[in-house]
Write a protein that binds this ligand. Structure first.
Ligand code: AGP
Length: 607
């Protein structure tokens, strides 16, 4: 998730671009750059790191051009570096482009363009757009952009300027947000309203499949085929802070709601009909044949994702998996050697315990695969292979979209290992991929029902203890649900394997004790119902969670939360969403600091 801006008007562009990028830094901040038309040539300034480095680079005697584009990066393809920073240009610097999203077919396009003699300088997918423009341009920038849009696949919000067609910005969006700011004799384009609120409150909110041609005098919105689109002017009522949260009250709620897009982005370019494509994992068949054991090592929520990964890898790839808390792993002389695959999971890629575990595993000769959300993070640089989750920056301390995309990473890795080892047929892999592709829309379906969860949360405001139970994969999600509730609402919450209750915890269940019972796993459903009955017999207040269409659970509990039906192995990605929402609304109702809960930090870089 990156931030993009564009300006055309009467003012000097660079201060407006930099100010806009500052407001978008929460979308990504590993490098930044601007390009202006001055007037015969495109002048580009870039820097690595936060925006303050770009401001230093620009200094005070920068170009006075009144047209330009800018970008603050959250790396997906290509580590954070000067050459990978946007804007990107073509061979002759006739075009400059900034882009937020993922061009799914960039590698094949890049090969074709190199064949034609184009010289690439970066590792990014975005640079392909500039060279395609060079290839397609025949006198009209808008037509060239349309040809590019007909060629690429993936998600994008892009803005283009060219010295061949000066005093014009052309922008387009598909699956990444973009707004057009309508000023007085000046126009703006940006990833979101935050970037332009200082200059205008009148915007067009572009929809998917729309593009816009902006000159000093007019804004022309059309579809990708050139048919004009009528747009309503949206008068923004938000203040700047609210705008950064996309209009949500907290980053956590915004990030919960970003999950459908994050899940979709994380599977982009990685799923074929009956095959998983993980270019970033170089495990060959010979190397995999040497692997006789897998460890998954992580902390907190990431460790909970590992619990799910264990079941998926054992079930699909038939490899024994041990899941370990990173802070324990390195002090117990783990049985790790060159025949061990160690998977480290970390949203930030900087967690000290997880990093130490990675280094311990490498020192013992293991092959290390990282699943992380931050390109250029220490974990991503020190692992042998990396599966990036493309959730975009996660600001709230409580991890939500990172967790569900980590689960997706576990699914992709499990399928990949099964595919390389031949332990799953192509037909079975195809069935799982078909179900996985439905998950983003199913996640949205759950989010659309959030009012029911918000209502349920009111009954937790005075609660002091809560229990989450489940069997198999439901137990792993119960662990995550319990952590979410305790870390942001400060309610004492515990998760238990449902079958374990009678071995002690049942002593704590009294009248009205809230118990959230997850009951999706079909092979242990009846056993879970028996456990539910155990707590009901002690007058607990039980909130069940199961698939839509399962009417039996309602007979055994006080309240049921339903999720769309899917394969049991994929259910955790959906089951957790109501639990995230429940924790969020309980925390708000209890007046807690949702995004920055007491005593906690977003990334624990100390042991
Ligand atoms: C999750 O809600 C917590 N904030 C915490 O448990 C977190 O998952 C843990 O610190 C690991 O962080 P990482 O994924 O960045 O390594």
């Amino acid at each position: 998730m990156c931030g993009i801006v564009g300006y055309i008007g009467k003012q000097v562009a660079i201060p407006i671009l930099v100010n806009g990028l500052k407001k978008l830094e929460y979308r990504g901040y590993d490098s930044a750059g601007v390009a202006v038309l001055d007037p015969e040539k495109i002048v580009v300034s870039k820097s690595v790191g936060k925006l303050v480095a770009l401001e230093e680079e620009l200094g005070d005697n920068h170009s006075l051009s009144a047209i330009g584009i800018g970008h603050t990066r959250w790396a997906t393809h290509g580590r954070p570096s000067y050459v990978n920073a946007h804007p990107h240009g073509d061979c002759n610097q006739d075009f400059a482009v900034v882009h937020n999203g993922i061009i799914e077919n960039y590698l094949e396009l890049k090969d074709e363009l190199i064949e034609k003699g184009h010289n690439f300088v970066s590792e990014t997918d975005t640079e392909v757009l500039a060279h395609l423009l060079e290839d397609y341009y025949e006198g009209d920038l808008e037509t060239a952009v349309r040809k590019v849009l007909a060629t690429i696949r993936g998600s994008y919000a892009m803005v283009v300027l060219s010295r061949k067609d000066p005093n014009k910005l052309v922008a387009a969006r598909k699956d990444s947000p973009m707004v057009v700011g309508l000023g007085d004799g000046e126009f703006f384009v940006a990833s979101d309203i935050t970037a332009i609120l200082s200059y205008t409150r009148k915007v067009y909110i572009l929809d998917d499949g729309e593009m816009v041609v902006i000159t000093e005098d007019e804004v022309k919105v059309s579809d990708f085929q050139g048919n004009p689109c009528m747009k309503e002017v949206y008068d923004v009522k938000w203040d700047a802070v609210a705008a950064e949260k996309g209009g949500y009250e907290h980053f956590m709620l915004k990030e919960i709601n970003e999950q459908p897009r994050a899940l979709k982005d994380t599977m982009l370019g990685r799923l074929e009909e009956e095959r998983v494509v993980l270019q970033e994992v170089g495990l060959t068949l010979e190397e995999l044949a040497q692997i006789n054991k897998v460890y998954i090592v992580a902390c907190g929520t990431a460790w909970h994702a590992g619990l799910v990964g264990k079941t998926l890898i054992e079930r699909w790839a038939r490899l024994p998996v041990e899941v370990d808390i990173a802070s324990e792993f390195r002090y117990r002389s783990p049985l790790v050697d060159k025949h061990t695959l160690v998977v480290v999971v970390s949203q930030s890629g900087e967690t000290a315990d997880t990093l130490a575990a990675l280094r311990e595993a490498k020192s013992r000769g293991a092959r290390v695969v990282a699943v992380t959300n931050v390109v250029g993070s220490t974990v991503s640089r020190e692992a042998h292979d990396v599966i990036f989750t493309w959730a975009g920056p996660e600001i709230a301390v409580a991890s939500t979209k990172a967790y569900t995309t980590q689960l997706e990473g576990m699914v992709l890795l499990g399928l990949y290992l099964a595919q390389v080892k031949g332990t799953l047929s192509s037909e079975k892999i195809g069935k799982i991929i078909t179900a996985l592709k439905k998950i983003p829309a199913q996640a949205q379906e759950i989010l659309d029902q959030e009012g029911l969860i918000k209502e349920l949360a009111k009954s937790f405001v005075q609660v002091e203890d809560a229990f989450f139970i489940g069997r198999s994969l439901d137990w792993a999600v119960a662990m995550e649900g319990s952590l979410k509730l305790k870390e942001i609402s400060y309610i004492h919450a515990e998760a238990y394997a449902a079958g374990e209750l009678k071995h002690g915890t049942l002593a704590l269940i009294t009248e009205n004790t809230p118990v959230i019972a997850l009951a999706t796993q079909r092979d242990v459903y009846d056993k879970t119902i028996s456990n539910v009955k155990e707590v009901k017999a002690r007058d607990a207040r039980v909130i069940g969670l199961t698939y839509k269409g399962n009417t039996s659970l309602a007979k055994s509990v006080d309240h049921v939360i339903y999720i769309p039906e899917t394969m049991d192995e994929l259910a955790p990605i959906l089951t957790v969403i109501p639990l995230q929402l429940l924790s969020y609304y309980v925390s708000v109702a209890r007046g807690c600091d949702v995004d920055k809960p007491r005593n906690l930090a977003k990334s624990v870089t100390v042991e």
